[in-house]
Design a protein around this ligand. Structure first.
Ligand SMILES: [Zn+2]
Length: 146
């Protein structure tokens, strides 16, 4: 835990960018507010670690279990043509993975996706975000139980 880390504090720095979905065994899952890639999620390791190399071999497998669960769920709900997985962290001290659904025929197909594409797209209301997060949460927790 780092008091200045946005992913530990889960404060407005995180909440203005994403909506909490649920906790999985080893990670917290968020729905990204920028909606150019519907279903885009961020999977955040629960403990404050900076990078993959700080995880033990078992923790790396645990991470991929959670990322895989998110991938299955986003695929089931959003039917992307491909999922992109991105680990950057240049400016973040807390390890996380972007799970980004890509769709054929869209401008970003076949390219590295932009973190904050222009023009940005957002849902119309907080109610829409809440409904999308709830749909993901229900499906994720159901899959987790399987
Ligand atoms: Zn942190």
């Amino acid at each position: 835990m780092s008091e200045t880390c946005q992913y530990c504090a889960i404060d407005e720095r995180v909440l203005r960018l994403m909506v909490p979905v649920c906790e999985l065994p080893h990670t917290r899952v968020y729905l990204y507010r920028e909606n150019t890639f519907p279903g885009r999620c961020v999977v955040v390791w629960k403990e404050h670690v900076r990078k993959l190399t700080e995880l033990t071999p078992q923790q790396r497998r645990d991470l991929m279990d959670d990322v895989g669960l998110v991938a299955d769920t986003v695929t089931e709900l959003y039917h992307p043509d491909k999922l992109n997985y991105l680990i950057l962290g240049d400016e973040s001290p807390h390890f996380h993975v972007h799970v980004v659904p890509k769709y054929k025929g869209t401008p970003q197909w076949g390219k590295m996706f932009e973190m904050m594409p222009e023009p940005s797209q957002f849902m119309a209301s907080e109610e829409e975000y809440a409904a999308a997060a709830e749909r993901l949460r229900t499906a994720l927790l159901k899959k987790q139980g399987n």
